[in-house]
Design a protein around this ligand. Structure first.
Ligand SMILES: Nc1ncnc2c1ncn2[C@@H]1O[C@H](COP(=O)(O)OP(=O)(O)O)[C@@H](O)[C@H]1O
Ligand SMILES: O=C(CO)[C@@H](O)[C@@H](O)COP(=O)(O)O
Length: 458
């Protein structure tokens, strides 16, 4: 009997990865990583050298996602040396809430000459923290009307979510809002490019768009936000809602030709990137907490019951494992913070790392490991990209105290590591203060690394 494999595509902040996975064992037969050519766009638009993007803008180019599919799948398949008939399906995970406006042919507006110089026509990445005014307005209105759904979001709303991003487009670029046939999560858009179907994932809708299975979208609340939002669930937010684990559609003829895969291959409903990692590390049962560490860290837990936990990012039923509630909390700058710091070190660090044949990260880590906790006297806060949990405030910024003329880069690095650990500690303590307890703690560092043990998912 022919061995079966599936294709998993992980769209992170900086790159996309394609994995060819043996379905029976979870073994990764091959993988390819395609860095996004345009990366995170924070200063100027690719279409216009003269643009100066406002502070807190973090955009992306949707062509980079298509490159991951059309270059990454053939590359990984070539490495795996298996026949395409051995592939049984494709699953996509994506950072969230990463939002783009599309026209009625599902083409991103930024692909069109007419809109390419308008920043709001581009993909707003999860860490596009600019809709602060809109987030405050949404929060104030939801609190004043005592909307119950707010309880599912730890009594807070984040600039990182879907609705603040759409509302920002309405306020700042009404012409783009008007021209958008739909606003889509990037994961759902990628699935639409593979299948020609628009299927919105219950995972991202639940965590990022105020939707829940019992009540749907808060339509009355949307109409109170703006007249333009009154019918938005029938217009720009329309589309079938699919659950995690369901088939969204089948590989279209065009996508089959471009990827070299057989037509009509099943494609799953998209899932948020961090949430997919739970399955990878084998934390699919309740009462387990997994920290998924990459550009950011997401702390994800599963439980049989719905419990109100202040400071979490959200709780959504069936978002990862059918029948269980998924809880999410997070730290917005983790790999990003270390990456930023690794770029600030003196040249001697680069030459030392080069000489030793290791990365600057590894060198900083080696030197920091020689220090005792707190030894340098430095005290840091890891809020360089705002604070997601438990304060949900993207206006907050990072901090380092206790610097002297003797302070060494590895001491600062160590202080940021300690700050990151304490940020996680606060989340764990807040989460377990009430009824929620967890029995097992797992870490997944970078989705491209192999977890310690694979569960047998059959
Ligand atoms: N050795 C390291 N130590 C700390 N951070 C690292 C290290 N290597 C990479 N990073 C950071 O990890 C992040 C990338 O994480 P990864 O999981 O690969 O991607 P993504 O978050 O896009 O899914 C970047 O922000 C990078 O700066
Ligand atoms: O917010 C979520 C999940 O809800 C993540 O997609 C976001 O933190 C980005 O994750 P990465 O660290 O880039 O993989």
């Amino acid at each position: 009997m022919m061995e079966k494999y599936s294709i998993g595509i992980d769209f992170g902040t900086e790159s996309g990865r394609v994995l060819i996975i043996h379905t029976a064992t979870g073994h990764i037969a091959a993988s390819s990583v395609i860095p996004y050519k345009h990366g995170v766009i924070t200063e100027k638009l690719p279409s216009d050298e003269n643009t100066k993007l406002p502070k807190d803008f973090a955009l992306q180019h949707p062509q980079d996602y298509l490159d991951v599919i059309y270059q990454g799948i053939p590359l990984a398949m070539e490495k795996a040396r298996i026949s395409k008939e051995a592939i049984v399906g494709i699953g996509v995970d994506f950072t969230s809430s990463t939002v783009l406006p599309v026209d009625n042919a599902l083409r991103p507006l930024c692909f069109q000459k007419k809109w390419q110089n308008n920043p709001h026509a581009w993909v707003k990445l999860w860490k596009h923290h600019s809709p602060k005014k809109e987030t405050d307005e949404i929060m104030k209105k939801a609190v004043s009307k005592k909307y119950n759904w707010l309880r599912k979001y730890g009594f807070n709303i984040s600039t990182e979510w879907f609705i603040p991003k759409c509302l920002e487009t309405l306020n700042a670029a009404p012409e783009v809002f008007e021209a958008a046939d739909m606003f889509l999560e990037a994961g759902d858009w990628v699935v639409s490019q593979l299948t020609n179907e628009v299927v919105r994932s219950n995972c991202s809708l639940g965590f990022k768009a105020f939707w829940n299975e019992d009540e749907g979208f808060p339509k009355l609340f949307f109409s109170e936000l703006s007249d333009s939002f009154t019918d938005i669930t029938k217009t720009k937010l329309r589309g079938r809602i699919g659950k995690i684990g369901e088939t969204a559609g089948y590989l279209s003829k065009e996508a089959a030709e471009k990827t070299g895969m057989p037509e009509k291959l099943p494609v799953a409903v998209a899932i948020i990137d961090a949430h997919a990692a739970l399955l990878g590390v084998g934390a699919a049962a309740s009462n387990q907490l997994t920290m998924i560490m990459g550009t950011s860290t997401c702390h994800i837990m599963l439980h049989e019951k719905e419990i109100e936990i202040p400071g979490i990012s959200g709780v959504v039923k069936d978002a990862i494992i059918p029948g269980l509630y998924a809880y999410e909390a997070g730290q917005s700058a983790v790999g990003d913070l270390f990456g930023w710091f690794a770029k600030q070190v003196p040249n001697t660090f680069l030459s030392d790392a080069n000489r030793m044949g290791i990365s600057v990260f590894d060198l900083l880590e080696k030197r920091a490991a020689r220090l005792q906790p707190g030894e340098s006297g430095l005290l840091a806060m890891d809020w360089h990209n705002g604070n997601r949990s438990v304060l949900s405030d993207s206006d907050l910024s990072g901090l380092i105290m206790g610097l002297t003329l003797q302070t060494k880069p590895e001491e600062i690095y160590r202080a940021y590591m300690e700050a990151t650990a304490f940020g996680a500690k606060i989340i764990l303590e807040t989460t377990t203060r009430g009824d929620y307890q967890f029995k097992r703690f797992l870490q997944q560092v970078g989705c491209h690394k192999k977890p310690a043990a694979y569960p047998n998912l059959r």
